[in-house]
Design a protein around this ligand. Structure first.
Ligand SMILES: [Zn+2]
Ligand SMILES: [Zn+2]
Length: 182
């Protein structure tokens, strides 16, 4: 047993799979023939509060279709993603089904893209999420770059407001600017 600290997910180090806290005792008994209780699990993981539970995991999967840092000890696999939404899967055929069911009216070209994926949990929480690993350089640069742009934009806006001069061309520029920094 191990715990991913970023996401507070318990992981079976034999099966390389995430386990909602309330599934651990059953998993250990059924898959590994080990008897334990929740208290021992807490001790084993060296924590006092339970890790992510099934209901929390369900909600988490719903709002987290992609992660920047992969969940530790769970394999990152080559899979596929939909370019129109966050849907991802291991098999291309699953993506074809998704596209024809969900985006039937959209242009078909280029909808299925290769992605790195992870399957955090199994059984009824079986779902792939996208792993968007980025270089450290990039993750550091982007917020700074955006902050600078936002600052410049606010300055420009202040100047415009103070001078009381907002011509239509300037508004168009401002709109383009907003579009760019989004
Ligand atoms: Zn296991
Ligand atoms: Zn989609």
């Amino acid at each position: 047993m191990a715990r991913d600290e970023t996401y507070n997910i318990a992981i079976c180090t034999d099966c390389y799979v995430g386990l909602p806290f309330n599934w651990i005792v059953k998993h250990m008994r059924d898959k590994h023939g080990l008897k334990c209780n929740e208290e021992r699990v807490l001790n084993c993981l060296n924590i006092t509060e339970p890790t992510m539970k099934a209901e929390e995991a369900k909600a988490w999967l719903k709002e987290t279709q992609s992660v920047v840092h992969p969940i530790s000890r769970i394999p990152v696999e080559d899979g596929y993603g939909c370019s129109l939404c966050f849907y991802s899967a291991k098999k291309k055929t699953v993506l074809y089904n998704h596209v024809s069911n969900v985006h039937r009216d959209a242009i078909k070209k280029g909808l299925i893209v290769e992605r790195k994926v992870q399957k955090p949990f199994t059984s009824r929480l079986k779902q792939y999420i996208i792993v968007n690993s980025v270089d450290d350089d990039e993750t550091q640069d982007i917020p700074h770059w955006r902050a600078t742009l936002n600052e410049q934009f606010e300055e420009t806006l202040n100047e415009l407001t103070q001078s009381g001069y907002v011509a239509s061309t300037d508004l168009r520029l401002v709109n383009t600017f907003i579009a760019k920094i989004r």
